[in-house]
Ligand binder design. Structure first.
Ligand code: FAD
Length: 351
C-alpha cells in the first residue's frame, strides 16, 4: 500500500478544511471499503482524514415522524434501533442483508452511502475502466457482466451501486446532509446518486470536498408496511444481484400510495417510478403488480450475461408487493414495541 499522511479532526469543519487544503485526500470512517481499495491500489490518497472522532449525532426522531441519522452511526446500531425497526422495517432489513455482523459493526451511515462499485474491472488496476481511469474504456460490455447494470446504463459504464441501505433510502425519499467550506447543504437521494452517462467516474453529485453529516428520512405514515428483499448467490454475505425496497399503502383493496426502489441493477438505487404510477389508484392484486413490474423492466437494456436480472427483478417486485399486501390484510401496521424483529417477511437477512 502506498504511504499516506493521517489526520484525525475533532469536528466536521476541521475535516472540511483538511479536504479543501488537500483535494486528493480521502475521509476514513469504518474503513471497510476505503482500506480495501487502498490495498488494491484503486484508491491512492496522499492524506487520510479519519472522521471517527467527529460527533455527527445519533438517531433522532423528527417532528414529522421521520428520523435524522448521524453520519457516524454504525450500520449495526441503526439496524437494531427500535424507531428504525418500527417506523421503517425496510431500512433495518436492508442493513441486515448486507455484509456480515463484523462489517456492520464498523460500517458507518456516511461511508455506506459512498461505497464504490464491485465491478471486477473497477477493482482490478491491470484492466481498463472508465470509472477508475476516465477514457480508458469499459471492457464489461463484452466481458464479465453477470453482476452488472441493466437499467440506465451507458456505453461508458455498466457498473452498479452495490449497497443495500441506499436502496431503502431511495424508496423513502431520504435526504443526504453534508457540510462544505461554503456551509451546510443537502440533496434528495434521487439527485444525490447519478447515472453513469459519459462521466462514470462520478458516483454522486456530492460537492467536491463535502463531508456527509447525516441522513434525514421523512415521516411516512405507512412506513411500517415496508420491507426489503435481496436475491443473491449465497444466503448471506453476498452483494445483491437484484434487490427491492418497497412500502405500500392499501385502502379498501386499492393502492393509495406505493414506493418501490431497485438495487443491484443500475449505477444508482433505481426508483421504480413507472411501476409506482401504474399501481397508484388500482387494485392491490397480483396481476396489477405483474403488469407494473413488467412495465418498469421494459426499460432494461441487459447484456447476454445479465439478462436473467430482468425476470428476477420483476419477480422480486411482485413477491414483495404481494407479501406486503397480505401482511397489511393480516395485521395493521404496528405502533408497536416489538424489540425482537422488524415486521415483514423474513427472507433476505444475514444469517
Ligand atoms: C466482504 C464485504 C461484503 C460486503 N457486503 C455488502 C453487502 O452485501 N451490502 C452492502 O450494502 N454493503 C456491503 N459491503 C460494503 C460495506 O457496507 C461498506 O464497505 C461500508 O458500508 C462502508 O462504510 P465505512 O464506514 O466502512 O466506509 P469507509 O470505507 O470508511 O468509506 C467509504 C467511502 O466513503 C467515504 N466517506 C466515509 N465517511 C464519509 C463522510 N462522513 N462524508 C463523506 N465521505 C465519507 C470515504 O472517503 C470512502 O470513499 C461489504 C463489504 C465487504 C468488505
Amino acid at each position: 500500500m502506498k504511504t499516506f499522511d493521517y489526520l484525525r479532526p475533532a469536528d466536521a469543519r476541521e475535516a472540511v478544511a483538511a479536504l479543501a487544503a488537500h483535494p486528493e485526500a480521502r475521509l476514513l470512517s469504518g474503513g471497510t471499503n476505503l482500506v480495501d481499495l487502498m490495498k488494491l491500489g484503486v484508491e491512492r490518497p496522499e492524506l487520510v482524514v479519519d472522521v471517527n472522532r467527529v460527533d455527527f449525532g445519533g438517531i433522532e426522531a423528527q417532528p414529522d415522524g421521520g428520523l435524522l441519522i448521524g453520519a457516524g452511526v454504525r450500520n449495526s446500531e441503526l439496524a437494531a434501533d427500535l424507531l428504525v425497526r418500527t417506523r421503517y422495517p425496510v431500512v433495518a432489513r436492508a442493513l441486515l442483508s448486507a455484509a456480515s455482523g463484523q462489517l456492520r459493526n464498523m460500517a458507518s451511515t456516511g461511508g455506506n452511502l459512498l461505497q464504490r462499485t464491485r465491478c471486477t474491472y473497477f477493482m482490478d488496476t491491470t484492466k481498463p475502466c472508465n470509472k477508475r481511469e476516465p477514457g480508458t474504456g469499459c471492457p464489461a460490455h463484452a466481458g464479465l457482466s453477470r453482476e452488472l447494470g441493466i437499467l440506465g446504463v451507458s456505453d461508458a459504464c455498466i457498473a452498479t451501486h452495490p449497497g443495500d441501505f441506499a436502496v431503502a433510502l431511495a424508496a423513502l425519499d431520504a435526504e443526504i446532509r453534508f457540510e462544505t467550506s461554503d456551509g451546510p447543504g443537502s440533496l434528495p437521494i434521487e439527485e444525490f446518486y447519478r447515472l453513469p452517462g459519459e462521466h462514470p467516474e462520478r458516483d454522486t453529485t456530492l460537492p467536491a470536498g463535502a463531508v456527509i453529516t447525516g441522513v434525514r428520512i421523512p415521516g411516512l405514515p405507512y412506513g411500517a408496511v415496508s420491507t426489503y428483499r435481496k436475491a443473491r448467490d449465497r444466503r448471506s454475505y453476498a452483494f445483491g444481484l437484484a434487490t427491492v425496497a418497497a412500502a405500500i399503502d392499501v385502502e379498501d383493496g386499492r393502492v393509495r400510495d406505493v414506493r418501490i426502489a431497485l438495487g443491484g441493477v443500475a449505477h444508482k438505487p433505481w426508483r421504480a417510478r413507472r411501476a409506482e404510477e401504474l399501481l397508484i389508484g388500482g387494485a392491490a392484486m397480483r396481476e396489477q403488480f405483474e403488469r407494473a413490474a413488467a412495465a418498469e423492466l421494459a426499460q432494461a437494456t441487459p447484456t447476454e450475461q445479465n439478462a436473467f436480472k430482468v425476470g428476477l427483478a420483476e419477480r422480486l417486485i411482485v413477491g414483495v408487493l404481494t407479501e406486503l399486501t397480505e401482511l397489511r390484510d393480516e395485521t395493521e401496521p404496528p405502533e408497536s414495541t416489538d424489540t425482537t424483529a422488524p415486521t415483514g417477511p423474513t427472507t433476505g437477512d444475514d444469517a
